[in-house]
Ligand binder design. Structure first.
Ligand SMILES: NC(=O)C1=CN([C@@H]2O[C@H](COP(=O)(O)OP(=O)(O)OC[C@H]3O[C@@H](n4cnc5c(N)ncnc54)[C@H](O)[C@@H]3O)[C@@H](O)[C@H]2O)[C@@H](O)CC1
Ligand SMILES: Nc1ncnc2c1ncn2[C@@H]1O[C@H](COP(=O)(O)OP(=O)(O)O)[C@@H](O)[C@H]1O
Length: 280
C-alpha cells in the first residue's frame, strides 16, 4: 500500500463555500453527542470547532451541566433534536460510565444511517454503525480497540508500525481510520491511504483532539451530498480535517511567536485557514 502526503491543494475540493441557494440546513447540520460531567470541556471544544469549520448548524445533546457549558461558549448551538446530516460522537465520554439515556442516544445516532465520526469514548461502538464511519483514535485507543476485538496489539506495536495497524483496523472493522499522532495516518477499507505530517508539535495539548473531531464533523456535515454517493470521500474529509487542524495550530502559534497555544486557539484560527484555502 502506498501512503500519500495530503496537501493544501487536496483540501480545496472539500471546503465548500456557501452559495446563493444555501441555508443553514443545506449547508449541513452536525449532531454532536460528546462530553460528560467529568469532561465538559471536550463538548465545548468540539462544538466550537464545528462552528468555526463551517457547519450550517450544530445540534448538541448531552447532560444538562455540559449543555450549559456548551451554550455559554457558543449560544448559536441548538439543543433540541432534529434532522442531522452527520454525527460526532464520543469525545469526553467515559465508555464505562455511559448512562441509560446516553446509551439510547448513541444507539439511535449509530442506527440513523447518517455518517459518523467516532472518537474517544465512542470508539467501542464501531460495528454497530449503519453508514460510512470514521474512527479517530490515538495509538493507545487503537491498541485497546483492536485488543477488545481479539486482534492483540499493544501501544508499543501500534507506535512501531502505525501504518500497518491503521490499515488492519480499517480492513477488520470496515471503517475509515484516522490514527492521530505527530504524523496522522488516514486509511479507508478500500485502501486509500493518506499521511498528514503536523506542521507544529504545539498540537500536542489537551483538547486538541476534541477540536479535530469538531473540524471533521463539520466537513462530514457540509459534504453530505458527496458522501451519500461515495463513502470513500470520508477518508479524504478526514485527511482534510487533519491538515486544516495542523495549519490552524501553526498559525495560532505563529501569532504568539511560535509559543504555546491552547486548544481553543486552534479553533479561533480555523476561519483564517479555511478562508485562505478558498482564495488559493
Ligand atoms: N477539557 C476536556 O474536557 C478534555 C477532555 N478530553 C477527553 O478525555 C478523555 C480521555 O482522553 P485520553 O485519551 O487523553 O485519556 P487519558 O488522559 O485518560 O489517558 C489514557 C491513557 O492513554 C494514554 N495516551 C493518551 N494519549 C495518547 C497518545 N496520543 N498515544 C498513546 N497513548 C496515549 C495516556 O498516557 C494514558 O495512559 C477523552 O474522552 C477525551 O476526549 C481530552 O481531550 C483532554 C481535554
Ligand atoms: N507530538 C505531536 N506533534 C504534533 N501533533 C501531535 C503530537 N501529538 C499529538 N498530536 C496531535 O494532537 C492531537 C491530540 O489528540 P488526542 O490524543 O485526542 O488528545 P486530547 O484527547 O487531549 O484531545 C491529535 O490531532 C494528534 O495528531
Amino acid at each position: 500500500m502506498s501512503w500519500r502526503e495530503w496537501t493544501a491543494a487536496d483540501c480545496i475540493e472539500w471546503i465548500a463555500p456557501p452559495t446563493t441557494d444555501d441555508d443553514k440546513y443545506s449547508r449541513g447540520v452536525l449532531g454532536v453527542i460528546t462530553g460528560s460531567p467529568d469532561y465538559p470541556g471536550a463538548a465545548v471544544l468540539g462544538v466550537e470547532a464545528a462552528w468555526r469549520a463551517g457547519a450550517g448548524m450544530v445540534r448538541y445533546s448531552g447532560p444538562r451541566p455540559v449543555r450549559t457549558a456548551v451554550l455559554a461558549q457558543r449560544p448559536e448551538t441548538v439543543t433540541v433534536s432534529g434532522r442531522v446530516q452527520g454525527w460526532l460522537v464520543g469525545s469526553g465520554i467515559d465508555p464505562r460510565r455511559r448512562s441509560f439515556v446516553l446509551q439510547g442516544d448513541l444507539q439511535r445516532a449509530l442506527a440513523s444511517r447518517v455518517p459518523v465520526v467516532l472518537d474517544a469514548g465512542g470508539l467501542d461502538l464501531v460495528g454497530t454503525h449503519t453508514a460510512p464511519t470514521v474512527i479517530t483514535p490515538h495509538a493507545r485507543e487503537l491498541a485497546n480497540l483492536l485488543t477488545a476485538r481479539e486482534l492483540d496489539a499493544s501501544v508499543v506495536d501500534v507506535r512501531a508500525d502505525p501504518a500497518a495497524w491503521a490499515e488492519r483496523a480499517a480492513r477488520e472493522l470496515g471503517v475509515a481510520v484516522l490514527l492521530k499522532g505527530a504524523v496522522t495516518r488516514i486509511v479507508d477499507p478500500d485502501r486509500d491511504a493518506y499521511v498528514v505530517t503536523a506542521p507544529t508539535h504545539r498540537l500536542a495539548t489537551a483538547g486538541s483532539g476534541d477540536i479535530l473531531g469538531g473540524i471533521l464533523g463539520a466537513l462530514v456535515a457540509t459534504n453530505h451530498d458527496a458522501l451519500a454517493v461515495d463513502a470513500e470521500v470520508l477518508a479524504k474529509l478526514a485527511a482534510t480535517a487533519a491538515w486544516v487542524h495542523g495549519e490552524a495550530a501553526r498559525r495560532a502559534s505563529g501569532v504568539v511567536g511560535g509559543g504555546p497555544i491552547v486548544a481553543l486557539d486552534i479553533a479561533a484560527a480555523l476561519p483564517g485557514v479555511i478562508g485562505s484555502l478558498l482564495t488559493r
